[in-house]
Design a protein around this ligand. Structure first.
Ligand code: C2E
Ligand code: CA
Ligand code: CA
Length: 465
């Protein structure tokens, strides 16, 4: 009996110990699972949730600190998408890991850092009297040492958004402010620090966004058309469709004031689709009126290629309007052609296959990628206005223009000079071998009805030089 009691005691103790052990293991596993939920698998640093949680704790414990002691810096990997396309995702992943290593390297004791987005890292840093710019300079020094691939090294760039802690914001507000700097900075500004007027600008932008959507619904956009003229015959051979916004309160808003914002907000795809459809409808109308036939060119933003099925959009516009594809031209910029090369080449080839022409806009301003000239089926090369404007006075501009014309000719493209304003420019550009001109010398962009009148008499004495 006594033995049975002892045995029972031992057994229940063993059972209890097993129970405690199992419970302890569950707690450990839960803790590990929670830890994993907060960690970015690829880089091993905090993910967004982990960063926010640890950042919140740091801020809570630093309430006694005075303003300006802590800063949140967001580092953005520039053009990760392009790197992935050009070098493969494995190399892209290496860049992401190098960013994580660099942030880890520059972080001080008690600083919190993490990967807060696919291509963004955040660092909540105690400044100890330093300027945030010193920390960023340090990052810029360390980062390249972590990249072994030379070609990749060439492409490496980052932007940084900074917000200094005011002693009141919570971690989310602080992060949003630093992130806002990345959304509003210009391309040649690597570091941008939060200022209170950024917030008001953000509110203004939000208003602009909803106004643009309203404008699309209420017919406030209109296409103007600018003639493209043959240097040889003076004949109008095409027109470029350029958008105009008749704002109910502000009046006329030029494209340079809203196209970049529309790109930033992702509305540009809707605007460009509207532009394409409107231009095709207009072109068909002119054809039905039996006017002098002209090619209509339409500007296409980069987003159209990245975010939408632009081939389907073009097919739809042509089918819906019955416009002859051989009179449609799509203008793309060279920077755009560089972005996602394989995809862009593929789509442009398909569009070209429909009989639509492709023209390279603003040539001579961006990367001037000769490789893209080889792979993309460009029919027209548009020399940028910045070269044309001083072609008569600046020998370098003249030489570059001459070289671009020679190259365009060698590749069997039509070469057009943009922004032609004077008779002297016309003479020189003709001598250099340019085929077409577009500019105020011939005509400003005009509403459709005025162009209609010009197409009844498509050659005038001024146009033939
Ligand atoms: P862009 O495609 O390079 O268009 C040519 C711009 O140069 C037009 O400005 C035109 O009015 C202006 N221009 C033409 N000839 C001359 C000249 O002799 N002298 C001067 N100083 N300027 C001249 P605009 O209409 O203000 O358009 C600006 C930019 O906005 C365009 O540049 C294009 O990038 C963009 N854009 C316009 N409409 C659309 C559109 O429907 N969709 C998209 N995605 N972008 C558009
Ligand atoms: Ca254009
Ligand atoms: Ca242009």
């Amino acid at each position: 009996m006594k033995l049975a009691v002892i045995l029972l005691g031992v057994l229940s103790a063993a059972f209890l110990a097993a129970l405690i052990f199992a419970f302890y293991k569950i707690v450990l596993m839960e803790k590990e699972a929670k830890h994993n939920l907060n960690i970015d698998e690829m880089t091993g640093v905090y993910n967004r949730d982990g960063f926010m949680r640890a950042g919140r704790e740091t801020l809570e414990h630093s309430h006694s600190r005075s303003d300006g002691d802590i800063a949140l810096i967001v580092f953005d990997v520039d053009k990760l998408r392009l790197i992935n396309t050009l070098f493969g995702t494995e190399e892209g992943d290496k860049v992401v890991c190098a960013f994580a290593e660099a942030v880890k390297h520059i972080a001080g004791k008690g600083d919190v850092f993490g990967r807060v987005d696919t291509d963004d890292f955040a660092l909540l840093a105690k400044l100890h009297g330093k300027q945030p710019s010193e920390i960023i300079d340090n990052f810029a020094k360390v980062l390249p040492t972590l990249i072994a691939n030379g070609a990749l090294y060439e492409q490496l760039n980052f932007y940084a958004g900074v917000c200094v802690y005011d002693g009141h914001d919570d971690i989310y507000t602080l992060f949003n402010k630093a992130n806002l700097c990345l959304l509003t900075h210009s391309e040649n500004q690597r570091v941008s620090e939060f200022t209170s007027d950024m917030e008001s600008r953000m509110v203004e932008n939000e208003i602009m966004r909803s106004e643009m959507l309203e404008a699309l619904k209420n017919g406030q956009f209109e296409l103007y058309y600018q003639p493209k003229v043959s240097f040889k015959s003076g004949e109008i051979v095409g027109v470029e469709a350029l958008i105009r916004w008749h704002h109910p309160v502000k009046g006329f808003v030029p494209p340079c004031d809203f196209i970049p914002l529309a790109e930033q907000f992702g509305i540009i795809t809707k605007i460009d689709e509207w532009g394409l459809m409107t231009a095709c409808r207009q072109g068909k109308k002119w054809q039905d009126m039996d006017l002098h036939p002209v090619v209509i060119s339409v500007n296409m933003s980069q987003a159209q290629f990245v975010r939408t099925d632009v081939f389907a959009t073009v097919v739809h516009a042509l089918e819906e309007t019955g416009f002859d594809p051989k009179y449609l031209e799509i203008e793309v910029t060279e920077t755009m052609a560089m972005m996602d090369v394989e995809h862009t080449v593929n789509v442009l080839n398909k569009i070209h296959g429909l009989g639509v022409s492709i023209s390279m806009d603003d040539f001579g301003t961006g990367y001037s990628s000769l490789a893209s000239l080889k792979t993309i089926p460009f029919d027209v090369l548009k020399i940028d206005r910045s070269l044309v404007c001083d072609v008569n006075d600046n020998d370098t501009s003249k030489r570059i223009t001459s070289a671009i014309v020679a190259m365009g000719k060698a590749l069997k493209m039509v070469v057009l000079a943009e922004g032609v304003e004077t008779n002297e420019q016309c003479k020189l550009l003709t001598d250099l071998g340019c085929d077409l001109a577009q500019g105020y010398y011939y005509s400003k962009p005009r509403p459709a009805n005025e162009i209609e009148a010009m197409l009844i008499f498509p050659v005038n004495s001024k146009m033939a030089i």
